[in-house]
Design a protein around this ligand. Sequence first.
Ligand SMILES: Nc1ncnc2c1ncn2[C@@H]1O[C@H](COP(=O)(O)OP(=O)(O)OP(=O)(O)O)[C@@H](O)[C@H]1O
Ligand code: NI
Length: 267
Amino acid sequence: MMTTPLLSVRNLTVGFTHYTGTLGLRPRVVPAVEGLELDIDPGEILAVIGASGSGKSLLAHAIVGILPNTATVSGGIDYDGTPLDSARLRRLRGREISFIPQSVNYPDPLMPVGRQVRLTLPRSRAAQLQQALFARYHLDEKVARQYPHELSGGMLRRVLFATGVTETMRLLIADEPTPGLHPAALQEVLSHLRDLADDGAGVLLITHDLIAAAAIADRVAVMRSGRVVTVESSSSFTGRGETLRHEYARRLWRALPRHDFWEGVAP
Ligand SMILES: Nc1ncnc2c1ncn2[C@@H]1O[C@H](COP(=O)(O)OP(=O)(O)OP(=O)(O)O)[C@@H](O)[C@H]1O
Ligand code: NI
């Protein structure tokens, strides 16, 4: 029996207009990601890996409807079997669909973290919901009044989850939630993601960390230059990657330092 995927990305292309010609007046749409096809089932973690600039964040932004309005988009995204248009997204975002943005300039360094969390919540119940979320993520209430630089990396990450993850969540899009974490905090975030999936959520985990992706995800989509070159079962990232379907995935796997080590000692 076929089940409907929770999320289905169909032939998604996102382009940006570049101006060419001698006067720079001739507009041309250059695709930044092209022909993306991906499914996520309930209870599944799909990791998306790929080099910087390969289009991972654009994929996430297309799903949660926050592409810049300069982007040209074609293709479709279905949620629960029906198109995820902007009206539906507005209704579902923050309820069923959660997003943890890439933490480049987030959280805001100049705002207490509790206030940042409250800004993402329905205004009428923001204070109460923020307290409940902090309790759920084992964050002391005084943390709410602190600034990001006053918290450890692991605590900050828990704040990000408190911001993004709601009780009613069915789909989580997490863009690089783990960089710069020390091993214990990394482990904590990864096992939290696994728990959310084991509770039935579909998770799209964007990461540079192929080892973490292989350890925690069910499948790993590999992006390169704006395309999904292959979707591999995470169990194939083992040994020398003999069972990986695509050569590029094998190359990424074999390029990891510990493989150099093993190759170094192999007869
Ligand atoms: N607002 C924009 N205007 C023009 N081009 C853009 C815009 N945003 C992204 N791009 C292009 O799309 C490409 C993919 O960007 P994206 O942020 O998705 O990469 P990424 O895989 O998330 O990289 P990283 O790992 O560094 O976060 C970039 O190389 C860039 O050329
Ligand atoms: Ni990114």
